[in-house]
Structures are given as C-alpha cells and as structure tokens.
Design a protein around this ligand. Structure first.
Ligand SMILES: Nc1ncnc2c1ncn2[C@@H]1O[C@H](COP(=O)(O)OP(=O)(O)OP(=O)(O)O)[C@@H](O)[C@H]1O
Ligand SMILES: [Mg+2]
Length: 396
C-alpha cells in the first residue's frame, strides 16, 4: 500500500558544479539525489538508469549537449521526467531542452524557491502517475430481486478469499442495503458517514469507516435503521470517496440498486465492469435490453465492459441460455444456478456461499464468474475441467 519514492538523478560534466547542485537541491527538497557524471570523452551518460530514474535534473552546457541529444533520440515513454538547468540563456539550448520534453528550464544560477516549486510539481505529477487504479465492478439488477446484492457480496468475498487483491464492497442500496447482514457484520460507521466526511479523508482515515470481514474483505455498508433520501449525498463527495478508494484498493465492488439518478449515473460512468443480473423471463429480457441501451447510449459504456449474468438458472424452466444470449446480443453470457436451500441458509446465517458450501455448484459458478472478471485467482483455487466447462461463459 506504501507509495514508492520517486528516484531522482542529477547529470553534469563539471564535478564541482554537479556536487554543488546536488547538495543544494537535495537539501531544498529533502530527498536523496544520485549524481551522474557525464564523460563526454566516451560520450556516455553511463549511470542513467532508464528503468528506475524518474526525474532527471540536467545541468546543460556545451559539454553535456550530446547527452541531451541521446535523450532526445530515446522513445518519449522511456525518458525520465526532465528538468534542465542551463549554463547560459541560450535559445539553441532551450530548444533542445524542449525537444527532450523538459518540464522546466532554468538558467544558472537558478532561484531556489522557483526550483523547489517546479520540482515539487513534477514530483506530485509523478506520484499521481504512480497511484494505483483499482478496478471498479458494479453489480446492478435488470429487475428487482434478481440477485444483484447476493452476487455482489459473493464476488467481493471470493476476490478477497481467492486472490491476493485488496478488496472493498460498497453497499449503495442506501435505503434497503443488506450487505452487513450477508456478511454478519455490525458496522460502526456507514457509507453515508464516509460520504459526509469524504473531503477530509485520506487512506488511513477511510479504513476506519470500513468493517473488516475475516476473509480480508473491507465493507462500506449501510445501517438498517438509517434511511437516506435521494439528494442527500452530493456528487462531489461521491467523487472524492470513489477516487480515494479506487486509488488504494485493487478491486472495488459496488452493489447498486436499479435506479438511474445522478448518483448511480456517476457510479456507472466510472465503472470498469458492469454486471447486469437477469433471470430467465421475457420481462427480465425487456428491462435488461433497456438498461444496456441506456448504458451504451447515455453513458458511452463499451459493450465489452457489460456482462450479462443469468441468476437462479434452471435448465428445466424459462428461457434457455442461447435464447438469452441472442436476445441480449452479447458475445458472452454467464450463469449462476438456482439453489434456494443453500442461498437461503447462507444469507440467513451471514456466511458467504464459498464458506458455507465450498464445493457446491453455485460456489463453483461464482468462482468461474470471478475468473471471468480477470481477478487473479491463485492457482490452487482455479476451477478446471468439468465445472469450468459447465458453468463458465458460453461463447457464441
Ligand atoms: N442463485 C440463487 N438461488 C436461490 N436464491 C437466490 C439466488 N440468488 C439470489 N437468491 C435469493 O433471491 C432473493 C433476492 O436476492 P438479492 O437481494 O440479492 O436481489 P437484488 O437483485 O439485490 O434485489 P433488490 O432489488 O431488492 O436489491 C434473496 O432472498 C436471495 O437469497
Ligand atoms: Mg439488492
């Protein structure tokens, strides 16, 4: 979870200047800077380590121009961020620095405060670039009661149990949320508390608002006695909270009730994967088609990011998987079998299905779905052969 420090080097040809600037800038920004002596007799900036240097402070003069030319010839993606301190205010040097993609250009002697400002800005940009971007998976139903909350809970639990990812489940059913019951957790704080305090939170603080399941799954849940009315949560708070969570966790699951309002629209637009839960009826098909149309046309969500999951699947009744696949015009379809007994017990007891019935068909189907979401399931948990063939996606 720890952010990695940005590695900084300073390059020059004059040893005393190199050492002087290194000491000066290092104490200015309070960070280690590695000196790189450029030997123009061999024409090699031998120590520039392309893979690990992220910021290169370049002391530019006639002796180091060749090194800058070498940088220019490198693909831009391989070049470190560059800050140039030139010996003279020379247009030709400035032009070269620009060609090398310099973020800033100073002339010696560089002003300390200006240097500090510039380097801090570059470091901030680099850190932002490093920030982790977790995958946001939203589960929504095509019709009430299809099993979206059950699926969201169990996928999040499996991701936490079977992979090395850090995982959060967010219950956005702000009026009738049940995720704390599904996991038998009594939350101290709720997702609404976190949303209200979003502007003040950092990573350590947000952890305090979450409940921890023994699988390692973090839960941001609602409380049964708390009812939130539409409009009580601002989009700004939601934006801040989601940004914070996505940048600190590998996988984020949202249980989203079926309602298109500003809050859900924002979540859907930010989602990397949207799972639509349907059952085997024409009424479900009608609503699912309408929902996918809205997702594609209003929210510009690519088809590849929408997964149709048929829940409570029973081969002996209702539409077949082929019917559903051709009605929904999707390239892949996934299913979770119906198992009233096990699901009722698992939800009543607040024990996720994998913990309650590890070898059941429904747990295996959930694992197959977890893999379809590109969650890195550890090898020992991967489902092979029969179950995978039976329950994994049907391809057209
Ligand atoms: N595969 C399944 N087999 C049997 N029962 C199931 C299955 N999936 C879900 N259920 C049951 O169906 C009911 C509805 O599930 P759930 O609450 O997850 O649906 P939902 O889509 O979130 O509904 P809501 O519209 O209320 O948010 C629950 O009682 C749940 O236990
Ligand atoms: Mg629900």
């Amino acid at each position: 979870m720890q952010k990695k420090a940005v590695s900084i080097q300073i390059l020059g040809n004059n040893p005393s200047k190199l050492s002087q600037y290194r000491t000066q800038i290092s104490s200015l920004i309070n960070k280690e800077i590695t000196p790189v002596f450029y030997d123009n007799s061999t024409c090699e900036p031998t120590e520039i380590n392309k893979t690990s240097t992220e910021l290169l402070i370049f002391l530019l003069d006639n002796e180091t121009v060749d090194a800058l030319n070498q940088l220019i010839s490198m693909p831009s993606a391989e070049r470190p961020a560059l800050l140039v301190i030139a010996e003279a205010n020379d247009n030709q040097l400035m032009r070269l620095a620009m060609q090398a993609g310099a973020r800033d250009f100073f002339v010696q002697p560089a002003d300390n405060q200006e240097l500090l400002k510039s380097i801090n800005k570059i470091l901030l940009d680099l850190r932002r670039g490093h920030a982790k971007q977790g995958v946001l998976t939203t589960v929504i139903n095509a019709k009430g009661g299809s099993g979206a909350s059950f699926t969201a809970c169990n996928l999040a639990h499996l991701a936490a149990t079977l992979s090395d990812s850090s995982v959060v489940l967010m219950d956005f059913d702000l009026q009738f949320g049940t995720q704390s019951l599904n996991l038998d957790i009594k939350p101290q704080y709720t997702i609404v508390d976190a949303l209200n305090d979003a502007s003040k939170l950092d990573f350590d603080a947000i952890n305090g608002y979450m409940s921890l399941h023994k699988s390692g799954l973090h839960l941001l849940s609602t409380m049964l006695e708390q009812v939130i009315l539409p409009g009580e949560v601002s989009i700004d708070s939601l934006d801040q909270l989601l940004t914070l969570i996505i940048s600190h966790y590998d996988r984020v699951f949202i249980d989203l009730p079926r309602m298109i309002d500003p809050l859900s629209a924002f979540i859907l637009e930010r989602s990397d994967q949207i799972i639509i839960i349907v059952q085997q009826s024409l009424a479900h098909m009608r609503d699912a088609k309408r929902l996918t149309r809205i997702l594609k046309s209003e929210f510009n969500i690519a088809e590849k990011n929408i997964l149709i999951v048929v829940n409570r699947y029973d081969a002996n009744r209702g539409l077949t998987l082929d019917d559903i696949q051709s009605t929904m015009q999707c390239s892949k379809i996934h299913m979770i079998p119906s198992d009233y007994e096990k699901v009722a017990q698992s939800t009543n007891l607040g024990i996720p299905i994998y913990d309650y019935a590890e070898n059941s068909a429904i747990a295996n189907a959930m694992i197959a779905l977890t893999e379809a979401l590109d969650i890195n399931v550890r090898d020992e948990f991967k489902k092979k052969g029969f179950w995978k063939k039976l329950f994994n996606s049907k391809k057209k």
